[in-house]
Design a protein around this ligand. Structure first.
Ligand SMILES: Cc1cc2nc3c(=O)[nH]c(=O)nc-3n(C[C@H](O)[C@H](O)[C@H](O)COP(=O)(O)OP(=O)(O)OC[C@H]3O[C@@H](n4cnc5c(N)ncnc54)[C@H](O)[C@@H]3O)c2cc1C
Length: 440
């Protein structure tokens, strides 16, 4: 008896949960294969803490093989799908073309950094979507402070100026964690003791954290201003150069660090799959099945899932939705093979947590506005509950960070050229599906 096979493309928030649930619901009687470029599932919400040297990078890299023993991990990047022949084509970790057939398919390739059409951004800017960017930023920050300590005044000022573009939860968390990190680093340098370190957070909108509750926005703005982060609302970048940024308010800021956190866009690879799309996302029904392809499901940032709590709208690109959609996709795909019953996706937002560095955070669990150390405890509790594994090590890093000085070394693993803004997403060999020629 040939065992049915479920193939899951992408091992992030949604893919990891879909694989876990599918193998559980199918009681191990179905082959579950997961294709992902890395052997880990990245817990992105804690990336700012890696960039600020609070957490070691492996803490947020959840190992797939050891935590999902009934799932077959295929290291690779998918470039094409043939829904007619039920085949997925990918390039494996050694760049060799490969393919795998499926009975059911779940697509969860997520999103990439949005690159705005601003002069110089793609050339000189850096995004903040994956571990390479977080590691690069951590090293870069340490290097700027080290070099500033012995630099002439003009150069020193530029090296001690850090610009973050976009004040969503990523930009706000990077600016608050980064600001405290540079202050800690500067203490090691006598020459920098009285030197101003500038963190400038630019945002075109009129308040930070767009889409979140006003109580969270107010708390975040208050903490940013009290910390001395230069928050500029209604202002963005007109042009970026190697030496600094020209802003839309006609001012110029010399700066050696510019981090673009201006949102994400659905991963462009999905456009190669030949499936119905809306706004760059794969269109699905409330059971997460792709319209007209009931053996294919799509979930997470890449999927346009109807939001049953807000008729006519699609669910947002958040981990909160991706994790739950992944779990339900695992259930529904198993149900389509005769294991259990399928359910429609319906999830009302449970609130948000935003870490503001130090002992501060802003949160509104179940609509209850929280700030300060209480919000911090809720925020860290939420992440410990959400991360699929490695909780003890994360908690240990937090404990050590509370009592020991931050380590100020550069690992030197990632160079600037390796993480240009435009690359924030796996390399994509455009492999349109070709019929094998008759000789082979
Ligand atoms: C810094 C940061 C902080 C965040 N904080 C929060 C937060 O506090 N709360 C919240 O709700 N959300 C947060 N988010 C958003 C959240 O992380 C995403 O919404 C969530 O990760 C989406 O899950 P996903 O599974 O759709 O995509 P991802 O988690 O991005 O996973 C996609 C996976 O697919 C893989 N992949 C991509 N292309 C291919 C391909 N061609 N072939 C094979 N595999 C592929 C990727 O390598 C990745 O493993 C944050 C995001 C960032 C970047």
């Amino acid at each position: 008896m040939v065992r049915p096979r479920i193939v899951i493309v992408g091992g992030g928030f949604a893919g990891y949960q879909a694989a876990r649930r599918a193998s559980r619901h199918a009681r191990g009687e179905v082959d579950v294969a997961l294709i992902n470029p890395t052997d880990f599932s990245l817990y992105q919400p804690l990336l700012p803490e890696v960039a600020a040297g609070i957490l070691e990078p492996r803490r947020i890299a959840v190992p797939i093989t050891s935590t999902l023993p009934r799932v077959k991990l295929l290291l690779g990047t998918v470039g094409g799908i043939d829904t007619g022949q039920r085949l997925v084509r990918y390039v494996d970790a050694e760049n060799r073309p490969a393919e795998i057939d499926y009975d059911r398919l779940v697509i969860t390739v997520g999103a990439v950094s949005k690159v705005l059409p601003i002069k110089g951004a793609a050339e000189f800017g850096h995004g903040f979507k994956g571990l390479p960017e977080a590691l690069y930023l951590r090293d870069h920050i340490v290097r700027q402070v080290e070099l500033a300590a012995h630099a002439p005044p003009g150069e020193r000022r530029a090296r001690l100026t850090f610009v973050v573009v976009g004040a969503g939860y990523t930009g706000t968390e990077v600016a608050t964690a980064g600001h405290l990190f540079t202050r800690a680093l500067a203490r090691y340098h006598r020459s920098l003791r009285d030197e101003p370190i500038r963190w400038i957070l630019l945002h075109l909108g009129q308040s930070v954290l767009p889409g979140l509750r006003p109580s969270i926005q107010r708390t975040a703005e208050r903490v940013l201003r009290r910390r001395g982060v230069d928050l500029r609302l209604g202002v963005s970048v007109r042009e970026q150069t190697r030496e600094g940024v020209h802003l839309t308010d006609d001012t110029y800021v010399p700066a050696r660090t510019v981090v673009w956190t201006t949102g994400v866009a659905p991963d462009p690879v999905a456009a190669c799959f030949g499936l119905p799309m809306v706004g760059g996302r794969i269109e699905v029904d409330e059971y997460l099945a792709v319209k007209g392809h009931d053996h294919v499901l799509a979930v997470g940032d890449i999927a346009a899932v109807p939001d049953l709590t807000r008729p006519g709208e699609y669910t947002g690109m958040t981990g909160q939705h991706a994790e739950r959609q992944g779990k339900l996709a695992g259930r529904n795909v198993a149900a389509s093979l005769g294991y259990g019953t399928a359910k429609p996706y319906k999830h009302r937002n449970l609130g948000f947590v935003v870490d503001l560095g130090g002992w501060k955070a802003a949160a509104d669990p179940l609509g209850v506005p929280l700030s300060g150390v209480v919000a911090k405890a809720v925020t860290r509790g939420y992440h410990l509950m959400s991360v699929p594994s490695g909780r003890v090590r994360i908690a240990a890093d937090w404990l050590l960070d509370a009592f020991l000085p931050r380590q100020e070394v550069q690992l030197g693993l990632i160079r600037s050229g390796q993480v240009p803004l435009a690359s924030a997403g796996p390399e994509l060999p455009h492999l349109a599906y070709e019929e094998p020629d008759s000789e082979t």
